[in-house]
Write a protein that binds this ligand. Structure first.
Ligand code: B12
Ligand code: SF4
Length: 371
């Protein structure tokens, strides 16, 4: 017998025998539930009531969208895998602390992103529990991570908050591929709640794009991931900004394994990089550069200061990020490497080792849900 199963560990004296109900003598909980009048689930959720519920839970703006909305086709199987019978989505956002995100101190920016993401989860959880009390099935996926990591490097997130936010009228996608809220600008964390029933009124996308095409995100991104023509170098962004995550982290583990001794490890990974890995593991994975967010002057709360004094915006926000000496992670011989060499010669190029994760063989995509 396993040590863990020893009789004195079973707490047998505390066991109350289970009483299996019979048709004549049902279990007391079953009998009590049957005695209740049958709850009539609401066919639709009242949009005004739901909006008030969301704002009271702490979100800064909210909109509702039917899952059948054109543009969300790619989301359907994923969300119905998470919550079968999903009919509608709540898109919401919470403001971030602008000065934190605009700071040259990456730790200040990362602190606020992580805190706001947690507040988004807390607000969403409050909303889901209240809906649950009303007999509504509701689920909130993570704002960022965790994700269905077994699907990496393919799509591992449950829902694309950006696509939902645009459809739910919370803003439009800027040149930098983040959703810009007409008032709060890029300084928002997005979230989504899945609902098992429709809402009485849905939102429309905002009519005009708040992006003013200033191009500051293009010139400040250290790896040139954002192109002036709207192109986006996903790989360059991921390789640098998410240096401590996913396949990049797997690469660091392999550096450790392959190192012959401490001196060899230090040749591969600098002591400063080791501390950065420690910090990411201890707190939250640390982004290296949300600079496209930091410099963005779009949104009515933000644009006034920029238009009044663009030089101050450049001096206090843009230039400190462009000047900052820092490691920049790029693949050798990539366009990103060339970008750092020519535009940011004072930044130090590092080539990360990363593991090529094979395409997922097990459960690679959700089952198709015909609803
Ligand atoms: C995967 C992912 C990443 C990837 C890829 C980014 C990407 N562009 O998809 C990586 C790791 C690189 C990344 C980086 C960052 N991310 Co991220 N990421 C996600 C995640 C998990 C999914 C994103 C997604 O839906 N991609 C799907 C594809 C379809 O989106 P897409 O590539 O943008 O393409 C569509 C549109 O952009 C549009 N489109 C295509 N081309 C063009 C061109 C123009 C000009 C326009 C207008 C539109 C357009 O059509 C495409 C198809 O529909 C979400 C969390 C979540 N669960 O949603 C966060 C999320 C998108 N990330 C976010 C943030 C803030 C960041 C970073 C700033 C990280 C940081 N804090 O430092 C950087 C910014 C990078 C950037 N400029 O996009 C926020 C965005 C908030 C906002 N206001 O939009 C999210 C929503 C997290 C959150 N809960 O708030 N991220
Ligand atoms: S920084 Fe300028 S160009 Fe980039 S998304 Fe913001 S407003 Fe648009």
């Amino acid at each position: 017998m396993s040590d863990l199963n020893r009789p004195e560990r079973q707490w047998n004296p505390l066991h109350v025998p289970v009483r299996r109900g019979t048709p004549e003598q049902p279990h007391p909980t079953v009998a009590a539930a049957r005695a209740q009048p049958a709850a009539r689930p609401r066919p639709e959720l009242d949009a005004d009531w739901l909006r008030e519920l969301c704002l009271a839970a702490g979100v800064d703006d909210v909109g509702f969208v039917a899952l059948e909305t054109p543009g969300l086709e790619g989301e359907r199987d994923y969300v119905r895998e998470a919550l079968p019978g999903t009919r509608a989505l709540i898109g919401f956002c919470l403001r971030t602390s602008r000065d934190n995100l605009q700071s040259r101190s990456t730790s200040a920016a990362n602190r606020d992103v992580a805190t706001t993401q947690e507040l988004a989860h807390e607000a969403a959880r409050r909303i889901c529990l209240e809906l649950q009390r009303h007999g509504v099935r509701a689920l909130y996926p993570a704002s960022g991570l965790p994700a269905e990591i077994h699907r990496f490097p393919e799509r591992s997130w449950v829902v694309s908050h950006k696509l939902v936010a645009v459809a739910a009228g919370l803003g439009q996608m800027g040149l930098h591929r983040n959703v810009i809220h007409p008032k709060f600008g890029t300084f928002v964390v997005l979230g989504t709640i899945l609902l098992d029933r429709p809402v009485t009124r849905y939102a429309q996308p905002v009519a005009s794009n708040p992006c003013i095409d200033c191009g500051l995100c293009v010139t400040t991104c250290p790896v040139g991931a954002i192109h002036a023509d709207g192109g986006f170098d996903f790989d360059a962004c991921y390789t640098h900004n998410n240096h401590h995550e996913l396949s990049n982290f797997a690469g660091w583990v392999e550096e450790v394994v392959d190192s012959a001794d401490a001196a060899d490890y230090r040749r591969r990974v600098t002591p400063s990089e080791t501390l950065a890995v420690w910090q990411s593991l201890s707190f939250q994975p640390q982004f290296r550069a949300g600079y496209c967010v930091a410099v963005c002057p779009a949104g009515s709360d933000v644009v006034g200061a920029y238009l009044t004094d663009p030089e101050a915006h450049a001096r206090d926000i843009v230039e400190p990020l462009r000047r900052k000496p820092e490691y920049v992670y790029v693949d050798a011989d990539s366009a990103a490497a060339e970008h750092v060499r020519t535009r940011f010669p004072h930044k130090v190029i590092r080539h990360p080792r990363r593991v090529d994760v094979p395409e997922p063989a097990l459960d690679p995509v959700p089952e198709h849900h015909d609803e």
